[in-house]
Design a protein around this ligand. Structure first.
Ligand code: FPP
Length: 253
């Protein structure tokens, strides 16, 4: 979107536009990337994993504090068993191959979603990744795996209901803030920017509560092709937007 002539996107006298504190990404288009090359879908996911490694590095370089990626959705269980096994295998591979490197780079790993249905060895690996990196202070990499926002909100409602039933919580004390603390993301700030690759323009059950005021950027780039240039383009788009959080435009009044 181009800025209007009366109102430049940035006042050059102002400080550099802020880097979003939390970027969340729906990494879409691995299958199409592979199909266009006559390759198996697995190859698309494998190249998608490489794109993810690269993006984690860039996010750290740019000073982004939180990067959340959608690795496997609650709805992905409806894919063929072989593809599900491939995605689980890639996550295993990611943790085994990259964990030491992430730790060396002071990256903290967090997993959101549920263990339900995951193989016990994978649950163990994910716990190991979180435990090893829990005190790291650079980028927090949040991997949404076996995650769905509606399922997460239902889990939060069950936690609150259990607290009410046990007499630990009054019904009238269930506020927006208290609800947010019952979500998987309790200690994670809301995303400022959600990027979806591959030209699709929907949220697909990703961070529906947390993204209430996020800027949404959709790019036609397929995820395995999402490189530094594509990332910086999405960040520039974010920086051109004016965030109002339900208030009035700064150009009014
Ligand atoms: C969407 O592409 C992508 C996924 C369902 C999984 C994303 C996984 C990775 C980037 C690699 C593994 C990373 C982790 C953290 C496990 P799609 O298959 O829906 O592509 P399509 O829409 O073109 O078919």
């Amino acid at each position: 979107m181009s800025a209007s002539p009366e109102k430049p996107a940035h006042n050059p006298a102002e400080a550099a536009p802020p880097v979003p504190r939390h970027v969340a990404i729906i990494m879409d288009g691995n299958g199409r990337w592979a199909a266009r090359r006559g390759l198996p879908r697995f190859e698309g996911h494998r190249r998608g994993m490489e794109a993810l490694r690269n993006v984690v590095r860039i996010a750290g370089d740019l000073g982004i504090d939180y990067l959340t990626v959608y690795g496997f959705s609650s709805e992905n269980w409806s894919r063929p068993a072989a593809e599900i096994a491939d995605l689980m295998g890639l996550l295993r591979h990611f943790v085994r191959r990259d964990l030491a490197d992430l730790h060396r780079n002071n990256v903290r790993v967090r997993i959101i979603g549920t263990d339900e249905g995951l193989a016990p060895d994978l649950v163990g690996l994910l716990a190991e990744a979180e435990n090893l990196t829990r005190d790291n202070t650079a980028l927090t990499l949040v991997v949404a795996f076996n995650y769905g926002a509606r399922q997460e909100m239902a889990r939060a409602a069950r936690r609150l209901a259990a607290d009410v039933a046990a007499g630990r919580l009054a019904v009238d004390d269930i506020s927006v803030e208290r609800f947010a603390k019952a979500l998987d993301t309790a200690d994670i700030p809301d995303p400022d920017l959600v990027i979806r690759t591959s030209g699709e323009q929907r949220m697909s059950n990703f961070l529906l509560w947390q993204a209430a005021y996020a800027e949404l950027v959709f790019t036609p780039v397929l995820w395995p092709d999402f490189d530094r240039g594509a990332f910086e383009e999405a960040l520039s788009e974010y920086q051109r937007r004016e965030r109002r959080f339900g208030g009035l435009s700064s150009a009014i009044g």
